[in-house]
Design a protein around this ligand. Structure first.
Ligand SMILES: [Fe+2]
Ligand SMILES: [Fe+2]
Length: 367
């Protein structure tokens, strides 16, 4: 006989907190853990489809040292009759599947006091032992804990939220999951995609990921912020059919840009969009978007990374391997190298680059 924890949840998407809870519960009870993502709610537009949630969980559990004890079940997520998924049915299914094993049901702390309202709670506790993450003083207050003989697992409760990840406020999940979200246009990526052409979108993904890699290889303190800035940098690149809109925004909100070349307008429009669509207020992220085309004097590390990544991402039609490596070795030295190469390119092609921001940038970093 072995112990099995049934861990149900939305996992939309899975994050560090989920895996951390599973690890602690597994060690506490000496048990295997089966993650059971819930069926999709049709009304929840921003939700990922069941296959995506399952795939992301599969990726996440591979990152855990306890991966041999972890598995994912599509029992609820793939169920056809999705409106009628009750926990009691799920437990019946697993009881039949593993008749000799001891089943634990891990429930959220917010469900402890509501458990009596679930469908057939007595049946549930006949077939399984309820466990939850909780603090001792709260336990005393709950009748349900006594009545249903629930076992608390003590320790800090992780407050990472999937909603915050879906809305691009934090990205507290594994790189493999983040890559999956980006590659499959989930959550916040869908909103970015809607804002730009397909070509621009693919470029944004590459800039985002390269910025992230540069940040990590430099041990930058907050690489997720760099990823966000990279993904959003071209948000102001309005689809060609809305060009008039772009003129209006510049005229009304940023008249100082009117006598600057049109191709650089999108950097300041991008700042407005990052604020209005994603509620971004972080000054370093906004600065990176604002000067990603032109650069500027005395810019922060995120701005340096995004400026460079925009110019040297692998989809650009030249071999940028050396420049990418330079950025991965040092943000500041790499930035100077990329800036120099960019100025040389402009000179060679007789392209106009002498706007006030680029000149300030050259003056500050190259002289
Ligand atoms: Fe741009
Ligand atoms: Fe770009």
């Amino acid at each position: 006989m072995s112990n099995i924890i049934l861990f149900g949840g939305a996992f939309d998407p899975v994050h560090f907190g989920h895996i951390n809870m599973a690890e602690r519960a597994s060690e506490f009870l000496d048990a295997d853990v089966i993650f059971i993502p819930a069926a999709i709610s049709v009304w929840k537009k921003e939700s990922a489809i069941p296959e995506h949630k399952i795939n992301m969980l599969e990726l996440a559990i591979k990152e855990s040292p306890l991966k041999a004890r972890f598995s994912v079940s599509g029992y609820e997520a793939r169920k056809k009759d999705k409106d009628y998924t009750y926990t009691v049915d799920t437990i019946r299914y697993f009881k039949e599947k593993y008749p000799k094993d001891k089943l634990y049901l891990l429930i959220g702390q917010d469900q402890v006091n509501k458990f009596h309202l679930w469908k057939e709670p007595d049946e549930i506790v006949k077939m399984s032992q309820i466990v939850f993450f909780g603090r001792l003083n709260e336990e005393k207050e709950s009748e349900n804990i006594k009545k249903y003989k629930m076992i608390p697992i003590s320790g800090e409760i992780n407050d990472i939220s999937s909603t915050n990840i879906r809305e691009l406020r934090v990205l507290e999940t594994y790189d493999s999951v983040l890559k999956y979200i980006i590659d499959n246009d989930l959550y916040f990526m869908r909103q970015i995609k809607e804002s730009m052409t397909q070509q621009r979108y693919e470029h944004s993904k590459r800039v985002g990921w390269l910025s992230y890699e540069i940040a990590k290889s430099n041990n930058y303190k907050d690489p997720h912020k760099v990823l966000i800035a990279g993904l959003l940098h071209d948000l102001g690149k309005i689809r060609p059919e809305y060009e008039k809109e772009s003129f209006k925004i510049i005229e009304e909100k940023h008249p100082e840009y009117l006598d600057l070349p049109k191709p650089i307008w999108h950097q300041v429009i991008g700042v407005d969009k990052a604020k209005s669509i994603f509620g971004i207020e972080d000054k370093e992220i906004l600065e990176a978007i604002e000067y990603h085309t032109t650069g500027n004097a005395n810019i922060g590390d995120i701005a340096k990374i995004v400026y460079a990544a925009d110019k040297i991402e692998p989809g650009r039609n030249f071999d940028s391997t050396d420049l990418i490596n330079a950025m991965k070795c040092s943000i500041t030295d790499g930035f100077v190298t990329v800036l120099k190469a960019n100025v040389e390119y402009f000179e060679e092609k007789h392209l106009e680059y002498k706007n006030k921001f680029t000149l300030a940038c050259i003056d500050y970093y190259l002289k």
